[in-house]
Design a protein around this ligand. Structure first.
Ligand SMILES: *[C@@H]1O[C@H](CO)[C@@H](O)[C@H](O)[C@H]1NC(C)=O
Ligand SMILES: *[C@@H]1O[C@H](CO)[C@@H](O)[C@H](O)[C@H]1NC(C)=O
Length: 431
């Protein structure tokens, strides 16, 4: 009798085990299905091992269909558009298909609307230096990261989570926006993504390898004149420097922390203006004047190669033209359009940035630079006529805001002559 009852018990156990297992797997299956249907599942890195969190499902996150709801006049049903369609239109000049994932990782803090959000883009080889920037700034940062849509995609996303988790200040201050597509070096689009989703009224387009040496936020809060300039819609520049001996530029903890210390190093020829082999990139800042001043001043010698690091107002400042792809001219083109639209550049008296040394990869850059230089010439001409139309038709041709345009665009052959005709239709009719 005994053996039989043992057998019966074993069988019963087996049945019960089978049943619970299948219930478990069915429930699990539905749960996973259900999770898949959620518009935004909690994002977890693959490497995160807390119980119950499992691994994240990249397909689901990347191709989730969020709906944007548009308010309508009272009594009418709200209108819904897929987020993908909205983003496609926002970034309409970029190569498609491209999937933008806004706030893929979002900081827990709310930011003062008057604060300055650093907007930047990072690549995998810049994670460490980015982490230093975050620790140093301790203010809002909006960063774009491009992930190539290939077999490494999930691994790269996972690395991104590791980076985010590696520094507690990330969670406090950094919003990460991910762009997943097959197109590399769409720098101006990536810049626009970081700016578009920035959560304060001002942004600074900064290259990630630049170190902000001073307490920028404090200086801005104390400098009423600078704030007034910013509020008026002008851009304020932080002069850029680099070490003469690249080895001195590796460890930002040794960098000067105020203007006096910096000037001493400049006088000792240890530090020089950034890329002084190409003066036009930064010399409109007028470094000699900067060394001597303690108040904000206006840039009076702008030219189209000027590429300063500047804080600008988020609303009303033109966007970076996304048709520029690859190295060369992309930022200059952006800053040119901003300038001729009527935004003046001013220079902050106390604050500055220093470049942190790292080896450059130059192979791809040369050809692209050459070609983009050519495109930039055409772009200037096109932008000049576009903004001229704007000023004329808005009856702002004689407004001070049109001064920058007149000064820059009159360098283009034939421009003044055509504008005379536009500005006085009687002349045009006589022809
Ligand atoms: C992704 O990961 C691969 C392999 O680790 C790496 O070679 C590649 O540069 C990464 N970058 C992007 C943008 O996907
Ligand atoms: C900047 O450098 C260029 C090229 O050397 C020079 O022609 C120009 O006058 C300089 N501008 C200023 C404001 O120093």
């Amino acid at each position: 009798m005994k053996p039989k009852s043992t057998l019966a018990t074993t069988l019963r156990y087996a049945v019960v085990t089978y049943l619970s297992a299948s219930v478990f797997f069915t429930v699990h299956h539905f749960f996973v299905q259900y999770q898949d249907a959620q518009p935004l599942p909690p994002v977890r890195p693959k490497t995160m091992t807390e119980p119950g969190q499992g691994t994240f499902d990249v397909e689901n996150i990347i191709y989730s269909q969020q709906i944007m709801t548009w308010k309508t006049p009272q009594g009418h049903p709200e209108h819904e558009i897929e987020e993908d369609a909205v983003l496609h239109k926002i970034f309409t000049n970029t190569m498609q298909p491209s999937k933008v994932l806004p706030y893929y990782l979002k900081a827990i803090r709310d930011f003062d609307p008057e604060s300055v959000t650093i907007t930047t883009l990072i690549t995998f080889d810049r994670y460490l230096i980015f982490s230093k920037l975050v620790t140093n700034y301790q203010g809002p940062i909006s960063v774009s990261i491009h992930i190539t849509d290939d077999e490494n995609r999930d691994e790269n996303l996972s690395n991104l989570h590791d980076m985010y988790n590696s520094n507690p200040y990330m969670r406090e201050f950094v919003d990460v926006h991910v762009i997943v597509d097959k197109f590399d070096r769409q720098f101006n689009m990536w810049r626009n993504v970081a700016r578009f989703f920035a959560r304060s009224n001002y942004f600074m387009m900064l290259d990630v390898d630049f170190h902000i040496c001073t307490n920028l936020q404090r200086h801005l809060s104390l400098d009423a004149r600078a704030r007034e300039v910013m509020r008026s819609g002008a851009a304020v520049v932080l002069p850029a420097f680099e070490y003469v001996d690249q080895d001195d530029g590796i460890d930002s903890t040794t960098f000067p922390k105020n203007k006096e210390a910096l000037i001493r190093l400049v006088e000792e020829h240890k530090i020089t203006t950034f890329h002084d082999f190409f003066p036009k990139g930064h010399n409109s800042t007028d470094y000699e004047r900067w060394y001597a001043t303690d108040s904000v001043y206006k840039v009076t010698a702008y030219q189209h190669s000027y590429e300063p690091y500047a804080i600008m107002r988020k609303e009303g400042t033109p966007w970076c033209d996304e048709r520029f792809i690859g190295y060369g001219a992309n930022k200059a083109a952006c800053l040119f359009e901003i300038y001729i639209s009527g935004v003046d550049y001013w220079v902050l008296p106390q604050d500055f940035v220093i470049h942190q040394s790292h080896p450059y990869k130059e192979e791809t850059r040369k050809q692209e630079r050459k070609y983009n230089r050519k495109l930039y010439q055409n772009f200037q001409e096109e932008a000049c006529f576009r903004y001229s139309q704007h000023f004329l038709q808005a009856n702002l041709w004689d407004d001070p805001k049109a001064e920058n345009l007149k000064e820059q665009c009159s360098k283009i052959r034939g421009f003044n002559k055509v504008m005379e005709r536009f500005a006085s239709p009687e002349l045009a009719e006589q022809e």
